[in-house]
Ligand binder design. Sequence first.
Ligand code: EPZ
Length: 418
Amino acid sequence: MDKLIITGNKNLKGCINIHGSKNSALPIIVSSLLSNENLVLSNVPNVDDINNMITLLRGYRVKINKNNKSIIINSKNVKNISADYDIVRKMRASILILGPLLSRFGYSKISLPGGCAIGTRPIDIHLKGLSKLGVKFEIENGFVIAKTANNLSGNKIKLPFPSVGATENILMASVLAKGETVIQNAAKEPEISDLGNCLISMGSKIEGLGTNTIHIQGVTQLNKASHKVIPDRIVAGTFIILAVMLNNKLEIKNVITEHLESLTQVLKKMGANLTIFKRSILVSPSKKLKSHNVVTSPYPGFPTDLQAQLMSLMCIVNGTSQIKETVFENRFMHVPELNRLGANITLNKDKAFIEGNQTFKGAQVMASDLRASVSLVLAALCAEGDTIVNRVYHLDRGYEKIEVYLRELGAKIKREKF
Ligand code: EPZ
């Protein structure tokens, strides 16, 4: 397992181009299962989760040609095998193939995704929503066996929680269903709108993307299409927080800044010096940074995927901050590791209390999940001395070659392959 060796306190400068969104590209790649025609995607991030999804779909005989950041997908000869635990275990987004396979074959057998470091990650909202479209489910030996007697038929579905994955699964299942489907209390994340816009370019009839009520009129088939994946707002937010932590001048390019409003508002309240353009954000040194209290929530609230990164910043500003995590039940795995780096964070149920004015000091730390890992890298880049971050495979799931990007900005960081 690779590790990163980081020497902290180096000034970074320059600009960074943000790659395509992993959490947008994943459902969009899966949506190709709905069509017999080519789906051509550009700006697809070169990260492990994407490569795992491509492997999974190739196992279903989906034809996928990948050329750096563009891929051409054709599902004409797809075979309905069952997705095995090993791949599903590594990547929870595998559950997104359920809706499209049911829509296409009326049957799907997929391993139940296990939990992960940040929570049990149930799929009850997915299953309840799909059953409203006429799907019957059995759970057997750790597999979900899903069947529909006839074609899926549209229905009104009210989600108990605006689950991103469940909204995506139901949205994809409904585009070829008979009649109209209405998804109420739908998730409003930009990744949902990106998936919906791609489905519309394939010939789907969808209204209400980006709102909490999405209307879908079923169609009989989809056509060939091409689509450019939106930039990754979480990767962009990660680098913006890093620039604020190091008090360096950094330009974060190729972002959709409206997707980052909840973060930039918090950072401005903390005293960060941000200049916000339509497609880029300039971070400049600021005088004094101060503490703040944040509650994570579904979009457009403060994203849970930036919670760990913001916590690293809160360790070094003036005063005590508080973070309340409301989306996942166990998303504080980075806390003991940040404390090993010199932070002073205490937890009480879903709240973290972060003492400011701490100085990070290099140490050996362990990555536990994708965003927790990157919060350790941010802290290490500000630390005195060297830090070793183990189990870097967590990072590679969602960040393209992070050590290369950081070295180009002036960081002293290297990867040791194991
Ligand atoms: C997506 O996960 C993202 N993953 C996550 O990003 C992100 O943190 C999350 O949305 C929230 O924004 C991808 O898009 C691949 P949810 P998802 O369904 O769809 C509970 C990252 O770091 N829930 O909105 O799994 C669930 O347990 C990853 O890139 C149910 O109870 O998130 C959680 O507490 C991490 N039953 C909450 O809802 C269900 O059927 C939010 O989950 C589904 C979810």
